[in-house]
Design a protein around this ligand. Structure first.
Ligand code: KIV
Length: 282
């Protein structure tokens, strides 16, 4: 497979080919995602929840995004890598946004950055894209605003809200974004945004009318504990498989069944006579 770029992704949209996106946060997972032919990898700030165990994404810092992002950047040969800008790394000022977007690109070998918000972050989107950094916007249910929403709730319900979400999409497009994540947006509204803009629309809980789909990889592999949103489809039960393997390992270690000769370096041992002399000496 060849490297996914803005040009190849735009061509996919133009040809009506669906685009796949998955999150990844570490080298070994990103390598597998890349090898599977997934078009774009998102180092989402969802890592605050999936990798760090926080209740939401707000505590994630720039330094943490860089640590995770670097590992993913090194792993992806073909996938287009997008890094999330964490909470309060772009809201304070346009200068702060440009500086932090630049750091993510320089330090992580990213191909684009993603930030949450519509009209309110258009000055940031315009300034970042003016530096030659592609921007993916994120509208609808934007997890960094969970406290304003009063929980992780579907957005764009009702006529006034639907108009607001469409206006946000048009605004981020005009500001220069090339892609937008539509999270928890009603499906007909998401399809309308896909039709009315040139943005590559990536849906999560936004129906099949988007140009592509994204999921958090732990959700699709059955590795996330607790609440699983309605939009998740479980494609495997790796969480259960891992537990089975961990239990088997635990049992073998405790029963003295692991390791066996097969897993030891017996040929490197000294002679029995020499080991007996060591035994006597010490
Ligand atoms: O942080 C993230 O993983 C995301 C996706 C859920 C779209 O923003």
């Amino acid at each position: 497979m060849k490297k996914n770029t803005i040009a190849t992704l735009n061509a996919m949209k133009a040809n009506g080919e669906k685009i796949s996106q998955l999150t990844a946060y570490d080298y070994s997972t990103a390598r597998l995602v890349d090898a599977a032919g997934i078009n774009t990898v998102l180092v989402g700030d969802s890592l605050g929840m999936t990798m760090q165990g926080y209740e939401d994404t707000l505590p994630v810092t720039m330094e943490e995004m860089i640590v995770y992002g670097r590992s993913v950047g090194r792993a992806c040969k073909d996938a287009f890598v997008i890094l999330d800008m964490p909470f309060m790394s772009y809201q304070v000022s346009v200068e702060q946004a440009v500086e932090n977007a630049g750091r993510l690109m320089k330090e992580c070998q990213a191909n684009a950055v993603k930030l949450e918000g519509g009209k309110s972050v258009c000055p940031q989107i315009a300034a970042i894209t003016a530096c030659g950094i592609p921007v993916c916007a994120h509208i609808g249910m934007t997890p960094q605003s969970v406290n304003s929403f009063g929980g992780f709730k579907v957005q764009g319900k009702g006529e006034k809200e639907a108009r607001r979400v469409l206006e946000d999409a048009l605004a981020v497009e005009a500001a220069g974004a090339f892609m937008v994540v539509l999270e928890c947006v009603p499906p007909k509204l998401a399809a309308l945004i896909t039709k009315k803009t040139h943005l590559i629309t990536i849906g999560i809980g936004a129906g099949a009318g988007c140009d592509g789909q994204v999921l958090v990889y732990q959700d699709l592999l059955g590795m996330s504990g607790g609440f699983v949103p309605k939009f998740v489809k479980r494609f495997a039960d790796i969480g259960e498989e891992m537990q089975t393997a961990f239990r088997a390992y635990d049992a073998e270690v405790k029963a003295g069944q692991f390791p066996t000769a097969e897993q030891t370096y017996a040929k490197s041992d000294c002679s029995d006579d020499f080991l007996a002399s060591l035994d006597a000496e010490f």
